[in-house]
Write a protein that binds this ligand. Structure first.
Ligand code: ADP
Ligand code: DP6
Ligand code: CO
Length: 358
């Protein structure tokens, strides 16, 4: 392992948006949730994290840069991910560079990590999900970790809960698990990205500013003070996840949209039921909801589902390309970007939609 060398791995991971939300932990340090959750992983070319991890005998400590600025790795979450991956490192050989790293060497070697999000960080578009999934995945590649995606998801979970769902594409379920040590709290794929190819996702960026209450502290306050959260976790979500899985399996858009919107609204109701209340959505978010609800009600069947994470930005899921095209027309009419509507931009799940949609 001697000499001056550097070994690097770069990985890219998309973000995921929950259609059945995770909000509340039963164990803060292991990041174990109070309910199952289900998400859809976005197309990697639109909202994703790109992370490069490097190792060299000349590095004196572990260091990390996020969007070009150095950040501290001393937090428990980064330390958990690094520790769990290092514990599973295996021998690495790079003949081209004449590098041989044994399992034991990894205990002494330090890493440098550089990560960029191509979308707003900490603004309610799940940057922690793409970020920690990408960190764990790239470190696992660098250190030749042989665990499968589900095992890696349980490690990413310890960085940020929602991150465990970004290890898979398509529709993903985070099973809350029963074990106290968290060994069965991991993500599984429900359906791959081709299963429901008709859906088109449009993200309306209402504000790219960093939110005032992080997801971590918001959900902690909800667990401590909201009775609605207890009811939601015990009575509502278990039944809703079963129905959501059925809707996804059957590509039943009416059920999917009904459940997605109801779950987003209940999550924000829990935020309001928190003491002091947390406001993630703003006026523009509410106007988007009204616009979609009104349109859905004027049609025979719902055309679009909406969901909002811990922030004001709307994730809109259209039943097909035609509905997406009509949705975009409406949005551009009612919320032209950079006017006094507070709307910053739109990100399309399918770039060619305006050209081909019927
Ligand atoms: P979001 O809604 O964007 O997920 P959170 O409050 O859940 O917001 O998490 C934001 C935090 O996630 C950031 O302050 C940072 O600590 C972490 N994070 C964001 N992007 C990355 C990344 N690419 N790599 C590692 N950590 C990240
Ligand atoms: C509203 O995963 O960001 O996006 O586990 O504390 O890092 P930590 O929180 P985080 O919470 C996500 C909350 C949510 C819903 C979801 O993604 O399921
Ligand atoms: Co987050």
């Amino acid at each position: 392992m001697a000499g001056e060398w550097i070994l690097m791995v770069t990985a890219q991971t998309p973000t995921n948006i929950a259609v059945i939300k995770y909000w509340g932990k039963r164990d803060e340090s292991l990041i174990l949730p109070v309910n199952d959750s289900i998400s859809v992983t976005l197309d990697p070319e639109h909202l994703c994290t790109t992370t490069t991890v490097a190792v060299s005998p000349s590095f004196e400590q572990d260091r990390m840069w996020l969007n070009g600025k150095e950040i501290s790795l001393s937090g428990g979450r980064f330390q958990s991910c690094l520790r769990e991956i290092r514990a599973r490192a295996t021998d690495v050989e790079n003949k081209e560079k004449g590098i041989k790293i044994s399992k034991k060497d990894w205990e002494k070697l330090h890493v440098h990590i550089s990560s960029f999000n191509n979308f707003p960080t900490a603004a309610g578009l799940a940057s922690s999900a793409a970020g920690f999934a990408c960190l764990v995945f790239s470190l696992a590649k660098l250190m030749n970790v042989k665990e499968d995606h589900s095992q890696l998801s349980a490690i990413a979970r310890q960085g940020s809960g929602s991150a465990c769902r970004s290890l898979y594409g398509g529709f993903v379920k985070w099973i809350m698990g029963k074990e106290e040590n968290g060994s069965d709290s991991l993500a599984v794929q429900l359906a791959d990205e081709k299963h429901w190819g008709e859906l088109v996702i449009i993200i309306a960026v209402v504000s790219s500013r960093q939110k005032e209450t992080s997801s971590t502290s918001g959900m902690r306050e909800s667990v401590e003070t909201s009775l609605l959260l207890q009811h939601r976790a015990k009575e509502v979500v278990p039944k809703r996840t079963v129905k959501m899985e059925e809707a996804i399996q059957n590509r039943d858009f009416a059920s999917f949209a009904g459940l997605t919107c109801a779950d987003s609204n209940q999550f924000h109701a829990v935020c309001l039921d928190t003491c002091p209340p947390i406001f993630y959505m703003n006026d523009t978010s509410h106007r988007i909801i009204s616009c979609v609800e009104k349109w859905n009600r004027s049609e025979e069947a719902p055309q679009v589902a909406y969901t909002f994470d811990a922030g004001p930005n709307a994730v809109l899921i259209a039943r097909n390309r035609k509905a997406a095209s009509l949705l975009l027309q409406r949005l551009l009419y009612y919320f032209p970007p950079n006017a006094d509507t507070d709307m910053n931009s739109y990100v399309l799940g399918d770039k060619s939609i305006l050209k081909d949609a019927g």
